[in-house]
Design a protein around this ligand. Structure first.
Ligand code: NDP
Length: 454
């Protein structure tokens, strides 16, 4: 492996851009956090690539190409009118049409959508597919809403969004609170308004243009990434005790794959609390509860003797485990929780969610030798299979589950290798966060340089 001889780093321009973002977007704390994390990694590039500063790449990359904010009025089952706020941040299209999910959660605001959109640019770059970065969503809370209410909300959301998206423009998908049912409603309304049957949304049902393995892709992909990473350290999932935070789409299929690799998943959570079973949790029971019944995790403990329920989802980190897969939401792990994870002798932490660890927590974990798999690399499996869904939609030819799964495995192993090799090239040891950030940033920045100042 050829290693770069590093000169004294002059990152004045990067600091200036960071100061500008702090000044301009001071209220957007999640977005600032995401920019700081990427800039912390790429400072090393400043002296070797003066062209990035000269052509304003740092300044341009933190500014979304377009932000759309809109009213979403809808009527509940009692006839009462509600108004939510909708967002779509089209962040960067240097590598392809905008691509990124939609999140429906009461805490959604511009900062959260911008942080997710910013992360998405680099995650999509790591997949090697031709996709730009975007994110969208609403502060609508789908919990405790009827199917009809969710349908009416999705239709109203799409009444505005449809004019900004399309198979060659912007292709949304699901995220927190946007499951296969919501995607189907969004697709139905898009089809009606655009008078076209196209792959403008991914994560669709397999009977109407969706890809096999898309539902499983982020969770499976996380475990494929972890498997390659662990193998490099003469480790594996077999007989390991695993904790998974969250119990939604990513968490469920991370559970399925970890079990198939011979691990025991002892605890999972939702935003209220967690369940713990020394002998391990059962995938089919958990899947049925969460996907079919849309139930709370507490119910799992009520129905399984030997399984305990503990209120307060953050208490899950009191449990000792070999591997922790963070699959709930941003900022789950701060410095204090990182200390607990270290004290518990954890071997590895993998980020299935977006930005579940604060940067200080990542630094602590790495300093103490915990193997750390960063989100934008480790959770790229979902968007990678969305990219594969776009290919299938473009040719109207669906692929078998085996074909998609094999491509997903290859993409995840390639991403691991890219992050590892890039970290080694820049003398950063095994720092996969920095390796992934630098590799992805360079791919996007070089495309932006080539395309001129637009
Ligand atoms: P889901 O809505 O299916 O599940 C989210 C899970 O996280 C639920 O168990 C939920 O509990 C829990 N959760 C959500 N918000 C909080 C919170 N504030 N505190 C504690 N727990 C919370 O979402 P996904 O599984 O799709 O997404 C999970 C994470 O993975 C997100 O960060 C998302 O951005 C990321 N991701 C998802 C991809 C995908 O393909 N779906 C792709 C790449 C990343 P509750 O039900 O109580 O709210």
């Amino acid at each position: 492996m050829v290693k770069l001889q590093l000169a004294v780093v002059n990152n004045m321009e990067i600091d200036q851009v960071l100061n500008k973002v702090h000044k301009q977007d001071y209220q957007e704390k999640e977005f600032l956090q995401a920019v700081e994390e990427v800039f912390d990694s790429i400072k090393i590039l400043a002296d070797h690539h003066p062209e990035y500063a000269k052509k304003g790449i740092y300044e341009r990359i933190v500014e979304p190409e377009r932000m759309i904010i809109f009213r979403v009025p809808w009527v509940d089952d009692q006839g009462e009118v509600h108004v939510n706020r909708g967002y779509r941040v089209q962040f960067n299209s240097a590598l392809g049409p905008y691509k990124g999910g939609l999140r429906f959660h009461p805490n959604v605001n511009l900062s959260i959508i911008k942080f997710l959109g910013f992360e998405q640019i680099f995650k999509n770059a790591l997949t090697g597919l031709l996709m730009g970065g975007a994110k969208g969503g609403s502060d609508f809370d789908p919990k405790n809403k009827s199917a009809d209410e969710i349908m009416r909300f999705c239709q109203s959301f799409m009444n505005e969004l449809y004019r900004h998206i399309g198979p060659h423009t912007d292709i949304p998908a699901g995220d927190i609170g946007v499951d296969a049912r919501a995607i189907a409603y969004l697709f139905g309304q898009y089809k009606k308004l655009s008078a076209s049957y196209s792959g403008a949304i991914t994560g669709k049902g397999v009977d109407f243009g969706g890809s096999l393995i898309r539902k499983e892709a982020t969770g499976y992909g996380l475990c494929y990434f972890m498997k390659a990473y662990l193998a490099d350290h003469n480790e594996g999932f077999k007989d390991k005790k695993v904790i998974i935070t969250g119990s939604g789409n990513v968490a469920l299929y991370a559970m399925a794959k970890a079990l198939s690799f011979g691990a025991k998943v002892v605890a999972m959570s939702d935003s209220d609390g967690y369940v713990y079973a020394k002998e391990g949790l059962n995938f089919e029971d958990m899947r049925h509860l969460k996907e079919d019944l849309k139930g709370r995790i507490k119910t799992y403990a009520l129905e399984h003797p030997g399984c305990a329920y503990v209120a307060g989802f953050e208490n899950i980190f009191d449990i000792k485990a070999d591997i922790i897969l963070l699959c709930a939401t941003q900022n789950e792990v701060d410095e204090n929780i990182a200390r607990k994870i270290i004290a518990n002798g954890t071997l590895a932490v993998g980020e299935g969610a977006n930005m579940p660890c604060r940067l200080e927590a990542v630094k602590l974990l790495r300093e103490h030798g915990v193997l750390f798999a960063p989100a934008k690399a480790a959770n790229a499996g979902g968007v990678a299979v969305s990219g594969l869904e776009m290919s299938q939609n473009a040719t109207f030819v669906p692929w078998s589950a085996e074909t998609v799964d094999a491509k997903l495995q290859q993409i995840m192993v390639d991403i691991y290798q890219k992050a590892k090799d890039c970290a080694a090239y820049y003398n950063l040891g095994g720092n996969l966060l920095a390796g992934a950030n630098i590799y992805a940033f360079r791919r996007v920045a070089d495309a932006m340089l080539a395309q001129g100042i637009v």
